[in-house]
Design a protein around this ligand. Structure first.
Ligand code: MN
Length: 728
C-alpha cells in the first residue's frame, strides 16, 4: 500500500474513535494537529520502515480509544514527538494550538530526553518523570500510551534495546498504569515486557495456558451453573465471565513464591458483575452474593480480599474470594457492582477527567505527590522508593552500577542480589556497596537501590549465609556448595588419616577407628575426617589418644571437641539423673549429661536451672529465661538444680548486640579487640547500618560471664559505641 493511503486510513480510524469528532470544530482541530505533525515529520521513518507519522497517530488512537481522554489529549499525542524530533519549537506549538497543549507537549518532550540518557542516573531520571505528574497528569497518561505503542512495535528494535526498553516498562510504566487504574494497558505492558525480557519462560507458560484452556472452560462452565441459579433466585441482574489469569501474573507468582506452574492454585477465576438493587448498599449486596457462593462451595479462608471497606489506592473496589470447585480446583471469584467494574476497567484517571469533578482518591494521591515534591531535601532515591511503595508492595527493583534493573522479592539482601546476577558472584560475595555505601552482604535492599557487589576469590559460601538469604534459588545454590565443601573435607581427612597411620606403622582398621572416635568423643567417622582436614587435630593428638591415657582431659585446642569422662559409658545417663540433687555442670559432660538450651544460651557464670524433658535429657536454661519460667510454672517437678563446675575447657556460644554511630574503622576496631586482644573466637558477625547508626550482632565463644563482662566493658570504651549488651 502507498504510504499516503496507509497514513490516511490510520488517521480516519483515529477520528472514528475520538469523542465528538462529528462536531466540525473538534474535527478541524484534530485535523490541524495531524497535518502539522505530518508536515513536521515528513520524510522520517521508524525503525520498521513505516512513515513516522503512523506512530503519533497510533498513540493518539490509544489515548482516545483505549483510555478515553478528550480532544486536547488527542491533539497533544499527535504532536508529542514534534519538538523533540523536528525543527519546530514549543513556541510554534503554543502559537498554533494554545498554551495548554504546548505545556503538555513540553512535559512529554522532557520525559523523552530522560530515556535517551545513559542508564546510570536512572533513579534521578525516573524522578524527573514523576515530577511531571505535578504539572498535568495527562502528560504521564500520554507517555504511557507512547510507551505502549513502542512496546507493540518493539520487534523492529535490536535485541539489546528490546531488553532495556522492556525493563524500563516493567519498572516504571506498568506500575504507573496500574496506579492510574489503566488495567488493560498495564496487563498488556507486562505481557509485552515479559515476552521480550524472558521469551522462553513466556512461551512456556503461554503454551501451558493454551493447553489447559478447553479443560478449564469446562470446569468453569460446570462451576457457575449453581451460582447462576442461586443469584437468579435472589433477583439479581448479573453477568458472569471467566477470567483466565494472565501469563505475566502467573509468571510473577511463580517467581515470587518460587513455585512451578502447577502449584499456582488460583489460575481459574470468574468475575460476577451485578446491577445493584436500590436501597441496599453495594457493599452489602457484594457480601450477600459472597454468602450465597460460600453456601454452595467450600471457602479457602485465607484467600478473602475485601476491597470494599478499603478500596485499592487506584480506586479499585471489589470482593475476592477463593473456593473449591467440584473438580477439586481452587477457583477465584470476584464480585463487583456495575459501577465498580467500570472503574476497574477504565481506571480512575479517565473517570476523573471527563466524568465528574468530584474529589477522588487520585486527587489525594496527586496532592500528596505535589507535597512531597515541594520538600526541598527529597533525594531521588527516597522519592522513588516512596513512590514505588505506593505502586507495588511486594516486589523491589534494584540497579546494577551499569543501570540494569533486577526484580527481587521484598526483604531480599545484597547477597540475594549477588546470586541473582551470577552464582559465581554470589559464592564469592564479601559485601556490597549500596548507593556507594559499604555494607555487609546481609543488608536488606530497598527499591531503587544501586548495588555493586564486592567479591573476593578467597571467599566461599558460609553456613550462616542461609540465614541471610531470602530467594530459594540462591539458598539451594549455597546448600549445594556447602555440601560439596563437606564432602571434600571428608575425603581430605580420610587421606590424612591414612597418611598418619602409614607413617606411624599402624594398620588402619575398624578397631582403631572406633577407639579413636571413642577417645575423641565423636560419634561419626565423618566428624573425625572433617576435624583432620581442618587441621583441628594434630598428629600428636592422635598419638596421645591412641596411647593408654595417663592423664585425663588433655587440652584440645578446639572447643567443639566433646570428650567423655574415662569410665563413663557413652550411653545416655540422663535417665540416671537424680532430680533431687544438684547437677554439676562439668564441661566434659556437655551433651552427655546435659544440653545447653537454644533459647537463652547460658554460659558458665550465669545462674542456671535444668529441665528434664520427656526424652529424659536435661536442658540447661538461664534462670531468668522466659521459657524456663514457663516450664517451672507448668512442670515444676521436672526442674533440676544446676551449678557450673568448669575448668575453662570449653567455650560456649554467646550473642552480643552492639549499637553505635558508624565511623571509619570502627568495625575493624571491634573485631580486632575481640579476636586479637581477647583471643575470642567469633562464629559470625553481622553489621547493619541505617543512616550513620549501626547495629551489630556478633556470635562468639566465651568461657565465662566474667570474660564476657570484661569484653563488653572494653567494647563500651570504643569511640562511637553507644550500647553493648548480651542478647537474651
Ligand atoms: Mn513517541
Amino acid at each position: 500500500m502507498e504510504d499516503e493511503t496507509l497514513v490516511k486510513e490510520a488517521f480516519d480510524d483515529l477520528l472514528n474513535h475520538c469523542k465528538h469528532s462529528d462536531k466540525p470544530e473538534i474535527r478541524a482541530f484534530i485535523e490541524k494537529a495531524f497535518l502539522f505533525a505530518d508536515k513536521a515529520h515528513k520524510g522520517m521513518r521508524r525503525k520498521s520502515g513505516e512513515p513516522f507519522i503512523l506512530h503519533p497517530i497510533a498513540v493518539a488512537r490509544i489515548v482516545a480509544a483505549e483510555i478515553g481522554l478528550g480532544t486536547k489529549s488527542v491533539v497533544a499525542a499527535l504532536l508529542h514527538d514534534v519538538v523533540e524530533d523536528t525543527h519546530y519549537t514549543l513556541e510554534d506549538i503554543g502559537s498554533i494550538f494554545g498554551k495548554k497543549i504546548a505545556k503538555i507537549v513540553d512535559g512529554l518532550t522532557k520525559i523523552s530526553g530522560v530515556f535517551d540518557n545513559d542508564t546510570s542516573e536512572q533513579a534521578e531520571n525516573f524522578r524527573k518523570i514523576l515530577l511531571t505528574l505535578s504539572d498535568d497528569i495527562r502528560v504521564i497518561i500520554i507517555k504511557i500510551a507512547d510507551r505502549l505503542h513502542n512496546m507493540r512495535t518493539l520487534e523492529s528494535m535490536p535485541p539489546r534495546k528490546q531488553v532495556k526498553i522492556a525493563s524500563e516498562t516493567l519498572f516504571i510504566f506498568a506500575p504507573l498504569a496500574h496506579r492510574l487504574g489503566l488495567r488493560n494497558i498495564k496487563s498488556e505492558l507486562e505481557k509485552l515486557s515479559l515476552m521480550y525480557k524472558n521469551p522462553e519462560e513466556y512461551a512456556e507458560i503461554r503454551s501451558k495456558v493454551t493447553e489447559n484452556r478447553i479443560q478449564n472452560e469446562k470446569v468453569i462452565e460446570q462451576f457457575i451453573i449453581p451460582i447462576e441459579k442461586k443469584l437468579k433466585k435472589m433477583n439479581y441482574e448479573f453477568t458472569i465471565k471467566s477470567r483466565p489469569k494472565s501469563v505475566y501474573s502467573i509468571w510473577k507468582k511463580m517467581q515470587m513464591k518460587n513455585v512451578s506452574y502447577e502449584d499456582i492454585y488460583d489460575r481459574l477465576a470468574i468475575r460476577i458483575v451485578f446491577d445493584p438493587k436500590e436501597e441496599i448498599s453495594e457493599k452489602n449486596q457484594c457480601w450477600d452474593i459472597y454468602s450465597a457462593i460460600t453456601d454452595i462451595y467450600q471457602l479457602k479462608p485465607d484467600r478473602i480480599r475485601d476491597w470494599l471497606s478499603n478500596p485499592k489506592a487506584n480506586g479499585y473496589e471489589a470482593l475476592h474470594l477463593t473456593v473449591m470447585g467440584n473438580g477439586g480446583n481452587w477457583i477465584e471469584v470476584q464480585i463487583r457492582s456495575r459501577r465498580m467494574d467500570d472503574i476497574a476497567q477504565k481506571g480512575l484517571a479517565s473517570h476523573f477527567y471527563y466524568k465528574s469533578k468530584e474529589h477522588s482518591q487520585l486527587d489525594d494521591w496527586l496532592l500528596e505527590m505535589r507535597e512531597t515534591l515541594k520538600e526541598p531535601n527529597t533525594d531521588a532515591l527516597s522519592f522513588l522508593e516512596d513512590f514505588r511503595l505506593n505502586l507495588y508492595a511486594n516486589e523491589i527493583q534494584v540497579f546494577t552500577p551499569k543501570g540494569e534493573l533486577h526484580s527481587l522479592p521484598q526483604g531480599a539482601t545484597a547477597l540475594d542480589f549477588a546470586y541473582k546476577i551470577h552464582t559465581d558472584i554470589g559464592n564469592t560475595c564479601i559485601g556490597a556497596k549500596v548507593n556507594k555505601k559499604l555494607l555487609p552482604a546481609s543488608h536488606v535492599l530497598k527499591s531503587g537501590d544501586q548495588v555493586e557487589i564486592l567479591t573476593s576469590e578467597k571467599q566461599t559460601p558460609l553456613p550462616e549465609w542461609l540465614d541471610i538469604i531470602t530467594t530459594a534459588r540462591a539458598k539451594s545454590k549455597i546448600k549445594w556448595v556447602l555440601k560439596e565443601q563437606r564432602r571434600k573435607l571428608i575425603r581430605e581427612g580420610e587421606e590424612e588419616l591414612k597418611r598418619i597411620f602409614e607413617k606411624n606403622g599402624l594398620v588402619l582398621g575398624l578397631e582403631f577407628e572406633d577407639k579413636l572416635l571413642n577417645k575423641l568423643g565423636l560419634r561419626k567417622k565423618e566428624q573425625l575426617y572433617t576435624l583432620l582436614a581442618q587441621n583441628a587435630l594434630s598428629e600428636k593428638d592422635f598419638k596421645d589418644a591412641l596411647e593408654e591415657p595417663k592423664k585425663q582431659s588433655t587440652y584440645w585446642s578446639f572447643n567443639f571437641l566433646k570428650k567423655n569422662k574415662k569410665d563413663k559409658p557413652q550411653a545416655s545417663v540422663f535417665g540416671e539423673v537424680n532430680r533431687k540433687e544438684t547437677l554439676y555442670l562439668d564441661e566434659e559432660n556437655l551433651n552427655n549429661t546435659y544440653k545447653i538450651a537454644d533459647c537463652c544460651h547460658p554460659i558458665p557464670g550465669d545462674e542456671v536451672i535444668g529441665y528434664l524433658d520427656f526424652s529424659n535429657e536435661v536442658i540447661i536454661h538461664k534462670r531468668k529465661c522466659t521459657e524456663a519460667l514457663r516450664l517451672s510454672s507448668s512442670q515444676g517437678d521436672r526442674l533440676i538444680d544446676a551449678k557450673w563446675e568448669t575448668h575453662r575447657l570449653k567455650a560456649y556460644l554467646t550473642v552480643i548486640r552492639l549499637e553505635g554511630v558508624d565511623s571509619k574503622g570502627l568495625i575493624n576496631e571491634i573485631t580486632t579487640l575481640i579476636s586479637k586482644v581477647h583471643d575470642v573466637n567469633m562464629q559470625a558477625l553481622r553489621f547493619e547500618t541505617t543512616g550513620n547508626v549501626f547495629n551489630g550482632e556478633i556470635k562468639l565463644y566465651i568461657y565465662h560471664t566474667k570474660d564476657l563482662n570484661n569484653l563488653i566493658g572494653k567494647l563500651m570504651k570504643l569511640k562511637g559505641i553507644k550500647q553493648v549488651r548480651r542478647s537474651e
